[in-house]
Design a protein around this ligand. Structure first.
Ligand code: C2E
Ligand code: CA
Ligand code: CA
Length: 559
């Protein structure tokens, strides 16, 4: 067929674009190069920062619309169209949306010419960012379809439940068996879901390895539980039928529509995603291969922890405002003399008051904030040690170090150089590491740990008796001191069996030329009882509670 595109009036083309607008997610456009006029599908004006979908002075408006670093590329291409015989435009680059965020687009167009001179370019722009509406692997609709579906729901209260399923450790499957195999598992899991759901239930695939099932019948969470169990059973059968080639499990987060209280109809989708993600994460956190039913109080606790995390981060960035170093005395058992002090971190803020280290230290470790906070406390400890040593020249300062600091920062070098900087003898510094944090077979860890040892710094294995109390550690890490945790001390005070066990540990430590420190001595009676086991040092409320520097100086050195 012979085309006569040159003769189609521009006006008519614009009308066709308008006509197709309701049927399109993509954007049709027309660029009239003769009149320097641009026309785009009307719904583009909702998404992109243009006042109207028709404008003159094209390059001026495009300059505002295109993500600045991509503008030269676009200009080169348009110049080529205007100055050469190039008649196809096909470019992937970025525009910005109404929030000034970059949006990837694929822009294609065809140039219609008359006597070689371009008349207009017409084409289509489609978004190529995460706009996927359906997923060909699982055969389910995607997140954007879920969003569109929920945005169309206008009922005030919904009945039924949401079950969000996630494959456990899917990343590991992909890594070990390859992406292709991972896709196969996703497809097979989707088949399991299809076998188990009712016709009225809806399924969407969410992020990589998750599925969201919606039910609108009744608020019966037991039904959700049964659905989860039947899907899990089906997955188990699949693993068996596959001769255990990939053993994998699936977790589920369940919530009722009544758990979601969106402020506006638009909030239904983000709220559903937020709460269902929390529920699924809880199931995984509780050990995977299980389901969890949403509980308001758990969610409130989760939010509190998140707020505390933000508060801690702010405090660290605000010159450690709210952090304080406390010191607790350590005593020699043989003569009851003050031997040293353990440095303990404290945190206080307006919203949460005094927060216990057993609560905030794990958060600092998880977020990596323990790296700056640990650095800070190291310096507090060494500064304090200088002051203490004005009274007792070989006073020992004990500092807790977390394995995160050792593995992810230069704390070991920093300890060595700081001890030198403050002119403290390395043998007056004790670094405590909790038994549970030890990565025994990690060469990197062992090397760093030995480095401290080679510099003459003393090493203590903390909380001995709480974890597996692996005697291997004593051999591999050869600490100078082992510290017996209070929970074990308490047991030894009441159970003769544990008392004897502690006695044996004491003799063994001495056989190995190690020192033993007993933590958590609260009364004189406890002290006398424990003293018979001949530990080397003890620490506890009996001798003194952890306190700030000034109070420590006053209590122990003012007489
Ligand atoms: P930990 O290293 O085992 O510290 C000893 C804990 O026992 C301290 O708890 C101390 O206040 C408490 N304690 C001492 N004597 C007694 C007693 O007679 N009775 C009772 N009931 N408790 C006693 P705290 O200060 O709450 O610290 C808890 C844990 O937080 C520490 O246990 C340590 O693992 C961690 N931590 C504290 N400060 C730091 C730090 O600067 N860095 C790191 N990485 N961890 C720290
Ligand atoms: Ca300690
Ligand atoms: Ca301890």
């Amino acid at each position: 067929m012979e085309h006569n595109f040159q003769n189609i009036p521009i006006q008519l083309l614009c009308e066709v674009i308008d006509l197709l607008n309701p049927s399109m997610d993509d954007y049709l456009y027309l660029y009239d190069t003769v009149n320097d006029f641009y026309y785009i599908s009307p719904h583009a004006a909702n998404r992109f920062p243009i006042a109207e979908n028709a404008f003159y002075n094209v390059s001026e408006t495009l300059a505002q619309l295109v993500y600045p670093p991509d503008f030269p590329v676009l200009q080169d291409d348009l110049n080529a169209i205007l100055t050469t015989q190039k008649s196809e435009h096909n470019l992937q680059y970025r525009w910005v949306d109404r929030n000034n965020q970059p949006v990837w687009i694929n822009c294609r167009g065809y140039v219609v010419r008359k006597d070689e001179k371009p008349l207009y370019m017409i084409g289509c722009i489609n978004e190529i960012g995460d706009k996927r509406k359906a997923d060909n692997i699982s055969g389910f609709l995607g997140e954007n379809s879920l969003k569109a579906f929920l945005n169309d729901i206008h009922e005030a209260s919904l009945n039924g439940f949401v079950l969000r399923l996630g494959l456990d450790d899917f990343k590991i499957i992909n890594e070990k068996l390859g992406i292709e195999y991972g896709n196969l598992i996703l497809r097979k899991t989707a088949e399991c879901i299809n076998q188990c759901i009712d016709t009225h239930q809806k399924v969407y695939r969410a992020v990589a390895d998750e599925f969201i099932i919606l039910d609108f019948t009744e608020n019966d969470l037991e039904k959700a539980e049964l659905l989860y169990k039947s899907i899990r059973h089906c997955v188990d059968e699949l693993v068996k039928a596959n001769h255990y080639e990939a053993v994998y499990t699936i977790s589920g987060g369940i919530l009722s529509w009544r758990d979601i209280h969106p402020d506006s109809p638009d909030a239904l989708y983000p709220d559903l995603m937020k709460l269902s993600e929390f529920a699924l994460n809880e199931a995984k956190r509780q050990g995977k291969n299980r389901f969890y039913i949403f509980q308001e109080q758990d969610y409130a606790q989760f939010l509190k922890r998140r707020r505390l995390t933000q508060t801690l981060r702010k405090a660290v960035n605000n010159n450690f405002e709210g952090f304080e170093a406390y010191f607790q005395p350590l005593y020699l058992m043989e003569n009851g003399a003050l031997y040293g002090a353990e440095t303990l971190m404290r945190f206080h803020c307006e919203e949460f008051g005094n927060v216990s280290p057993t609560e905030f230290i794990p958060i600092l470790e998880e977020t990596g904030l323990i790296i700056p906070a640990g650095q800070w406390i190291l310096h507090q400890a060494l500064i304090a040690c200088r002051l203490f040593q004005q009274h007792i020249p070989d006073f020992k300062i004990s500092i807790n170090v977390s394995y995160v600091q050792i593995m992810k920062s230069d704390i070991i070098d920093e300890i060595v150089s700081s001890v030198r900087k403050y002119q403290i003898s390395p043998s007056d510094v004790i670094i405590e590491l909790t038994e549970s944090g030890i990565l025994e077979n990690n060469l990197h860890f062992s090397r760093l740990w030995s480095k401290l040892r080679s510099k003459g710094i003393l090493l203590a294995l903390d909380d001995f008796g709480t974890g597996y109390s692996n005697f291997h550690y004593l051999y591999n890490l050869s600490p100078n001191i082992i510290k017996i945790d209070r929970s074990f001390t308490v047991q030894a005070l009441t159970s003769p069996y544990d008392y004897n066990l502690l006695g044996l540990m004491s003799s063994m430590a001495h056989e190995l030329d190690l020192k033993l420190c007993i933590e958590g001595i609260e009364t004189e009676a406890e002290l006398n009882h424990i003293a018979r086991l001949k530990p080397d040092y003890s620490q506890g409320y009996y001798w003194g509670r952890p306190c700030p520097l000034t109070q420590f100086l006053e209590s122990f050195f003012s007489k």
